[in-house]
Design a protein. Structure first.
Length: 253
């Protein structure tokens, strides 16, 4: 059963789809988190007429904006209203390396609502923030400190391969490609702890909530375990002499 927030989001999504289709214009949501993306995807069949596309700034982003409308239907293109901001220390030599929590906390302390903010990519002492274009000038003007680091902010072009997250390859020894078993082995959980994550609706496969603990993973599946991490299932590496299977996964750093 959906709660009040989900019902309101569902109504909003329906309204955006209908407005795009009836007025021949593009319509956009704010940034959506995984549970909200899953809800939108559950409506995909009945909203397909309006043309649904998700984008967060790069293919690596978890938080995404949903756009209704496409060039084939409308006869023109319109970019997603997403800006990329570079946040860097004023004095790099004396700056400390900061965490995702540091950057997000500094932004939230400015009174910015979470739905205006997308993913934050951190490399050493710099960070790239995806946000809605409408708040980009405010962030540039008002964000002057993150943690103890005085910072400067400027809008930049999305720096391509620079924002590709590093991946750590691992081999998982298991009897099958069942999702619960792979999750338990990768994160060193007991099978019961793994099942608790399914019950708590913490596991997503390709941005869709997955409550089926026995789901058979396929090569290319992207699995997000909220609060623990994200990985790509790359498939079977080899079979052992004792009939076990070694599966290859790429873990997002």
């Amino acid at each position: 059963m959906m709660d009040k927030e989900d019902l309101l989001l569902q109504k909003r999504i329906q309204e955006l789809a209908e407005r795009s289709y009836s007025q021949n214009v593009y319509t956009f949501t704010d940034f959506l988190a995984l549970p909200q993306i899953d809800l939108c995807l559950s409506m995909e069949v009945r909203l397909r007429y309006a043309g649904m596309t998700f984008f967060g700034g790069t293919a690596e982003c978890d938080r995404k904006v949903l756009r209704f409308g496409n060039p084939e239907q409308l006869g023109y293109e319109e970019e997603f209203p997403i800006a990329c901001l570079l946040i860097e220390p004023l004095a790099e030599k004396f700056a400390r390396e900061l965490s995702h929590r540091d950057y997000l906390g500094a932004l939230m302390n400015l009174g910015i609502e979470r739905e205006n903010l997308g993913d934050i990519f951190i490399q050493e002492k710099q960070a790239w923030l995806f946000c809605l274009k409408r708040i980009a000038p405010f962030v540039e003007a008002e964000l002057n400190q993150v943690g103890r680091n005085p910072v400067k902010v400027c809008q930049v072009e999305t720096p391509g391969n620079l924002l590709q997250r590093e991946m750590r390859e691992e081999n998982i020894l298991a009897s099958s490609a069942r999702l619960d078993g792979i999750v338990a082995k990768l994160y060193h959980f007991s099978r019961s702890k793994s099942l608790e994550l399914f019950q708590a609706k913490k596991i997503y496969v390709n941005s869709r909530l997955c409550e089926n603990s026995s789901y058979p993973l396929k090569a290319g599946d992207i699995v997000s375990v909220r609060g623990h991490g994200k990985f790509q299932f790359d498939g079977l590496a080899y079979e052992t002499k004792k009939g076990k299977f070694s599966f290859k996964v790429s873990v997002y750093q």
